[in-house]
Design a protein around this ligand. Structure first.
Ligand SMILES: [Zn+2]
Length: 167
């Protein structure tokens, strides 16, 4: 009942992922309709219904386009779990402030990069110039495309792809 279900807005824009339990609730009280099933059925005491994979809201929900939340995990994902100094895909990565905090560096997409512990230690709280180190690529805010936003679900839910691509 806790498997992810893709929620589409009334215009088919993918906006959210919810649990199977919540998706069934939305369908049962008429707020959403089933777009795709194929995951078998669910039995309750009195009924049997298809287990949803994608649902669509009946009414358009107006909301700002979702953006990627700035978290350690998302910085690592943007950087492909690769140290941005030495290019190593280390099993354990840290987050480095490119411009150190003590020099006024901000906690933002363009100042945070994945760094292996060795490179982070080597750089210390110095600037790139001071440490004579270079980044593999400039750090930028990741795209807010639906494919990027929902990427972690796509591997296990390939049937979502046609509904996610292009948004
Ligand atoms: Zn490194």
């Amino acid at each position: 009942m806790y498997e992810p279900v893709l929620v589409l807005n009334a215009n088919f824009e993918p906006i959210n992922v919810c649990t199977t339990r919540r998706a069934i609730g939305l369908v049962l009280n008429g707020k959403a309709s089933l777009v795709l099933n194929g995951r078998g059925v669910i039995h309750t005491v009195s009924r049997t219904f298809p287990r949803p994979s994608i649902i669509r809201l009946g009414k358009m929900v107006r909301r700002p386009r979702p953006t990627v939340h700035l978290t350690k995990r998302e910085v690592l994902r943007r950087d492909d779990f690769t140290c941005q100094y030495c290019g190593q895909r280390a099993p354990y990565l840290t987050i480095d402030h490119v411009i150190p905090r003590r020099l006024g560096g901000s906690h933002s997409w363009d100042n945070l990069v994945a760094a292996c512990p060795a490179c982070n230690h080597r750089k210390g709280s110095r600037t790139l110039e001071q440490a004579q180190m270079r980044l593999l690529r400039p750090p930028l805010e990741p795209p807010s495309s639906a494919v990027y936003l929902f990427a972690r679900h796509i591997h296990n839910n390939e049937d979502w792809m046609p509904f996610i691509e292009g948004w």
